[in-house]
Design a protein around this ligand. Structure first.
Ligand code: UTP
Length: 294
């Protein structure tokens, strides 16, 4: 049986303004969550879900993101000579996960535009592609596997949603949904950006995982710039819905970290560090003392 998707797209060409001034020089996708950049975490997630190819959309000046996946034989040899085999494994890990290709987005014209820039990388048999936003960690991993199962059953496009408390809903894109037999799968009729709690059509908010039917690339060519003058991926999904294309969400019952802003990034780093065998115990103790000090 052919897998529902083998190509995953990771848009990494944004300006990262919420992380200025650091993003003047360092792409936020490379910021370390303890010692591993977010882009490696999503590459591992894509590979775990069955992807064999990762198309990273970069912009001129953000080459370091792709460089991260290239082998570094001299560094490996040096570490090998010094007997640092755990570090050799760490250095090799990213390149062994998945085959990486690049697409270039010359100007940050929006997430939809970035995804469209990867069309030239598609192969004839790519009937659907996964898109993973590298600044959105969806935990535990595995939601893409369930999304692929839903596409097999229902066809069309499958998105990921979190059930958010209604009073917090106005920070999100919110789905207008209808129940299906599976309580974690909903049929999508539309989407509203950042509604007030009273006007929100549901409490299901969009997350950075998409399993998009190839039809999205045609839809992306037919939309016009939306919020912020950018080509929005959700506008292309909305266009498909209006044309009768089936769209479902999988409600992910788990956690999430937004690595795209300093507050969210710090939480992720602390969360991962607390679970780290080397750094966790000491950090826990230090945090306890630090908080007690006020
Ligand atoms: P974000 O809105 O979180 O990233 O887009 P950003 O635009 O870089 O950040 P701010 O808002 O200026 O701080 C989600 C993902 O989509 C990519 C980003 O790199 C990020 O991984 N993206 C966004 C693009 O690749 N191109 C774009 O034009 C916009």
């Amino acid at each position: 049986m052919t897998p529902p998707f083998t190509t995953a797209i990771v848009p990494a060409a944004g300006l990262g303004t919420r992380f200025l001034p650091t993003t003047k020089a360092v792409p936020k996708e490379l910021f370390p969550v303890v010692d591993t950049p977010g882009i490696e975490l999503v590459a591992a997630e894509a590979a775990e879900a069955g992807a064999t190819r990762l198309v990273i959309v970069t912009s001129p000046g953000k080459d370091a993101v792709v460089e991260y996946f290239r082998p570094q034989p001299e560094l490996e040899e040096m570490l090998q000579r010094r007997g640092k085999s755990a570090l050799v494994d760490a250095v090799r890990r990213a390149q062994g996960l998945i085959r990486v290709e690049t697409a270039v987005q010359e100007q940050a014209l929006g997430l939809g535009h970035a995804v469209g820039c990867a069309e030239g990388n598609l192969r004839g048999d790519d009937e659907a592609v996964a898109v993973l936003l590298p600044d959105d960690l969806v935990l535990p991993t595995g939601v893409l596997i369930k999304m692929a199962r839903v596409r097999e059953e229902q066809g069309g496009t499958v998105l990921c949603a979190f059930d958010i408390p209604r009073e917090q809903i106005s920070a999100y894109g919110v789905f207008d949904v209808e129940d299906t037999a599976d309580p974690d799968v909903k049929r999508v009729h539309g989407m509203v950006e950042k509604p007030s709690p009273e006007r929100a059509p549901s409490t299901y908010a969009a997350a950075g995982r998409y399993l998009l039917d190839r039809a999205i690339f045609d839809a992306l060519k037919r939309i016009t710039p939306g919020a912020g003058g950018e080509l929005q991926l959700t506008d292309a999904v909305a266009l498909l819905i209006s044309e009768g294309h089936p769209v479902h969400v999988v409600v992910h019952r788990g956690g999430r970290h937004d690595l795209g802003n300093p507050g969210g990034f710090l939480r992720a780093a602390v969360d991962f560090a607390l679970q780290h065998p080397e750094y966790g115990p000491e950090l826990r103790e230090w945090l306890r003392d630090r908080i007690a000090d006020g």
